[in-house]
Design a protein around this ligand. Sequence first.
Ligand SMILES: [Zn+2]
Length: 165
Amino acid sequence: MNSRPPAKVPFDVAQYARRSREGPCFVCAIQAGHPDYQHHGLYEDADTIAFLARYPTLLGHCLVAPRRHVESWLNDLDESQYLALQAVVRRVARAVAVTVPTERMYSLSLGSQQGNAHLHWHIAPLPPGVPYEQQQFHALMAENGVLDIDDQAQEDLAKAIRSQL
Ligand SMILES: [Zn+2]
């Protein structure tokens, strides 16, 4: 793969917030095949799905989610369900790390009760060469821009990641 990440372009955060808060649950919509929620799948099993982020802030940024609409990883998953989810997080992250240049792999659960409540885990590979002050949350915030990457490039990336799984 081309090791040079795409440039970041400004992102309409207000429009995204409206979609997140007023639209259907995006993880459930993806699973239902909703035409407005096309996705580039990476992995699926009986309980878990993984797919590329629709608005990636880092090349290879993807999400892992339980199929079931649960919202709290503390309260809605028992220990074995949580560990099974994390096994997929680790497996997908390792596939991402050998596909795109990765200096450090971020892994975190975000979302909000007011939007994107369906539990989902972010896997976000920080490439080498990002200045220190632009790493960590700065690198993840869509307010700082999202990657200018077209659908075909995302599908090619998904295919490359899937080949490592
Ligand atoms: Zn859902």
